[in-house]
Design a protein around this ligand. Sequence first.
Ligand SMILES: Nc1ncnc2c1ncn2[C@@H]1O[C@H](COP(=O)(O)OP(=O)(O)OP(=O)(O)O)[C@@H](O)[C@H]1O
Ligand SMILES: [Mg+2]
Length: 332
Amino acid sequence: MDNNTVLVTENIKSYYVLDVGGSKKVVKAVDDVNLTIRKNEIYGIAGESGCGKTTLMKTLYALMNPPLRFMGGKVIYYRDDQEIDILSLSKEERRKLRWEYIAYIPQGAMSIFNPVIKLKETYRDFLDSHLSGKTRDEIFEIAREHIKELGLPIKVLEAYPHQLSGGMRQRVAIALAGLLKPAVIFADEPTTALDVVVQRGVVQLLKDIQESLKNTIILVTHDMGIHANISDRMAIMYAGKIIEEAETKEIFYNPLHPYTRFLINSLPKFGDKGVRASAPGNPPSLANLPTGCPFHPRCPEKTDICTREVPELVQTGEEHKTACWLVSKGDE
Ligand SMILES: Nc1ncnc2c1ncn2[C@@H]1O[C@H](COP(=O)(O)OP(=O)(O)OP(=O)(O)O)[C@@H](O)[C@H]1O
Ligand SMILES: [Mg+2]
């Protein structure tokens, strides 16, 4: 491991284990994912709804509640030459690691706010539990400074979460996540459900925080346009697996997996009024995956082997990995 690495996962598997009318149903939401995330980068994760992006974020943050179960693998953080296996930490140790070293902005963001208290009290709770020994006045001063830096009016501190617009709430959530200068910030769909102009502000805020902290942001969004804008490297997820990973430019200029090509072609292009081609058919049920490559039933380029064997994610370029028989057994 070089000292440029902040997070590594080894073959992680997280499944929802459900009891359906007496029989067990297993949803393989994250299935054998290996990631190496670097310091000082925005790492993007894209993929259709239901492919496992949020479950992957939860696993990296060790937020596992039934029916979600960690089935195996490792999630290791690197902190000052220390290796931290987050899933083997005690509750107290995990609490310390969270927000101070890794912060999580959940999908929808609403759940990090307490709906019945004003924002200034949210700041107070947050800072009280992480920075001991500050007086009430000192805490409000930090909160005021912080709100000012964000370019938000001071009066938002007197507001309840539901009184903020979606975009403002999202910006406050992101700003709170950055308050303790964590090494890693997870942002799950931070721009979904916002209109385009507001989206731009949220993306800019993420960019600004990353640039000032020089930390790592793991950004989940199905919106490829946003990845093109701010992700340095990115992974494409399909049916619980990473099927392609590369620098974002490489993903857009040299996509190797047919599914990645569909995602890129579904983006509107300037001046092009033609019909956008999205991937045909529907994503598979993660409780009942097809044999072979999980994308094969929708793949226009499938061959015989694709229907039988699962392709591994293998190196297909210097900084490029792909899980597709078309490229890993190209000469057959
Ligand atoms: N609590 C749950 N119980 C059972 N299955 C679940 C649960 N939460 C998620 N799943 C299933 O796990 C799979 C992955 O879900 P996940 O929320 O991680 O996907 P996602 O990529 O984040 O989707 P989206 O883009 O819609 O947010 C889906 O098939 C989903 O139906
Ligand atoms: Mg999600």
